[in-house]
Design a protein around this ligand. Structure first.
Ligand code: CA
Length: 225
């Protein structure tokens, strides 16, 4: 599980991060609305904890833009005490839940767990990138009339790469999400799987290729773009 915390008050952000780490959840912090929206669009997060009052772009606008782009990721909105109209506007903007500051640690963790339990069907079943279409349910990757079955790990990796829309996905994120904390393989296993995916993309005669970003991770790229 990887959580994005969008919060400009450093102490609050670090407190939340610390709290999540006790539940073995990784998190990243963005300290303004624009940075938060950029990170949220990467597709690598399972949940966003989003403050309403933020520099550059407020939390409500961040949710609105995320939803306008079709991103279904759960959003937990943090509002200051008494900002009732904000809560209503937040839910209208597409947030899933809100929590009023100050809150108890147990309250935050309960919300996080509840939101992460949301049914799988809220995740998009079909992902599209360039000339590729991936059915998450069946693991079938297609390009034009060609189709190929992905293995379970290949599917998970492809889902992450397509979900990020061409932005690089960190090696650590790929390993963690495809294998999980307790089964993390040697790093070169990831490279082996990426070469399987490359072969499958060649077989499909896709315009899309898997490229490696030194020190960062992997991303998809359209050859003629
Ligand atoms: Ca704030």
């Amino acid at each position: 599980m990887r959580v994005l915390i969008v919060e400009d008050e450093e102490r609050m952000a670090l407190t939340i991060q610390q709290l999540l780490s006790t539940q073995r959840m990784l998190s990243d912090i963005a300290s303004d609305g624009e940075a938060g929206l950029d990170s949220a669009m990467s597709g690598i997060y399972d949940l966003i904890i989003l403050d309403v009052m933020l520099p550059k772009l407020d939390g409500l606008e961040v949710v609105r833009r995320l939803r306008a782009k079709g991103r279904q990721i759960p959003v937990l909105l943090l509002t200051a005490r008494g900002e009732v109209p904000d809560r209503v506007r937040g839910l209208n903007a597409g947030a899933d839940y809100y929590l009023t500051k100050p809150f108890a640690s147990s309250e935050l963790l309960a919300c996080v767990r509840a939101l992460l339990r949301r049914p799988e069907e809220l995740r998009p079943d079909t992902l599209v990138y360039g000339d590729l279409t991936l059915s998450v349910e069946t693991g079938i990757l297609s390009c034009g009339t060609e189709r190929i079955q992905l293995s379970k790990k290949e599917l998970e990796l492809m889902r992450l790469l397509m979900g990020s829309g061409g932005a690089p996905v960190e090696r650590e994120t790929l390993l963690l999400k495809a294998w999980g904390y307790d089964n993390m393989p040697e790093s070169n296993v990831l490279d082996a799987y990426m070469s399987f995916l490359r072969k499958k993309l060649q077989h499909l005669q896709s315009n899309v290729e898997v490229t490696s970003r030194r020190q960062i991770g992997y991303c998809l790229r359209e050859k003629n773009a």
